[in-house]
Design a protein around this ligand. Structure first.
Ligand SMILES: [Zn+2]
Length: 257
């Protein structure tokens, strides 16, 4: 059986810490997971994820980045610090993330979000690092900006847009990562969208502690729960679990090289 992985989690999150990280990690290993990409959302979160990647080498890999809803007055200073960390090679992140645009809340720092997003895309492009992108109520703007970065390698994480947007991102050579949202009964359109996608452009993630799979709604999500999302994905794609994970692993290797 090909080893499982979790392309996008937030292991530094308080909700996971309240359960106990060692417990969470052990349950993930028991479920067959051999890699968790723990996504920073700000500088403090980066430092905690970096520590986790040192505590659990090989299994946990940390990204670096500013998530759009974290953008505040301090972000101009934080983005400079992030640029320096990457430029000086003090730390080699596995990717630049979580970055992106989130316009769910009416006009929340729209201009600042765009500026910080652009700077982080420049950083990703310059250092040949994959960008892990959060897209919420912002597909058009995200796509417009990505078009200005022809050499960018990117993944839209926890993807939940329709087929037209999916196709647009794939046309820019992106990958789409799917979370347990695909297990929710109401998301039939999303499942139908996945059926139409090329198999080599798909990834899987928990986005834990958010978005628990259907049988665990109301609980704190964790990487071991990715099994249920994988079961649903294999059903959607008509592959057995081993075929699915073999394919997903090949995709992951493409994304991270
Ligand atoms: Zn996230």
């Amino acid at each position: 059986m090909t080893a499982k992985f979790d392309f996008h989690a937030h292991l530094d999150d308080e909700r996971l810490k309240s359960i106990g990280i060692t417990k969470i990690i052990n349950r993930a290993i028991k479920a067959g997971v051999d890699l968790i990409i723990s996504n920073a959302i700000n500088l403090k979160s980066f430092k905690e994820n970096l520590q986790l990647s040192q505590d659990f080498p090989n299994l946990v890999k940390s990204t670096i980045g500013l998530q759009p809803l974290q953008i505040s007055q301090d972000s101009k200073i934080d983005i400079e610090k992030i640029e320096k960390i990457v430029e000086r090679g003090e730390f080699k992140p596995i990717a630049i993330g979580e970055i992106g645009l989130d316009f769910y809340y009416q006009d929340k720092n729209k201009k600042d979000q765009i500026e910080i997003f652009e700077r982080q895309l420049n950083l990703a492009e310059k250092f040949n690092l994959t960008a892990i992108i959060h897209v919420r109520q912002s597909a058009a703007e995200t796509l417009a900006i990505i078009k200005n970065h022809p050499n960018l390698k990117f993944v839209c994480h926890s993807f939940a847009e329709n087929y037209v947007w999916a196709k647009n991102f794939l046309d820019r050579d992106g990958w789409l990562s799917f979370s347990a949202m695909i297990t929710y009964p109401k998301n039939e359109e999303l499942r139908q969208t996945i059926k139409k996608l090329p198999l080599d452009r798909i990834l899987i993630e928990s986005d834990s502690p958010a978005l628990p799979p259907q049988s665990k709604r109301g609980q704190i999500n964790e990487p071991s729960f990715i099994e249920e999302t994988a079961a649903k994905l294999s059903q959607i794609l008509n592959l057995d679990q081993n075929q699915l994970w073999t394919k997903l692993r090949q995709n992951l290797n493409q994304v991270l090289t």
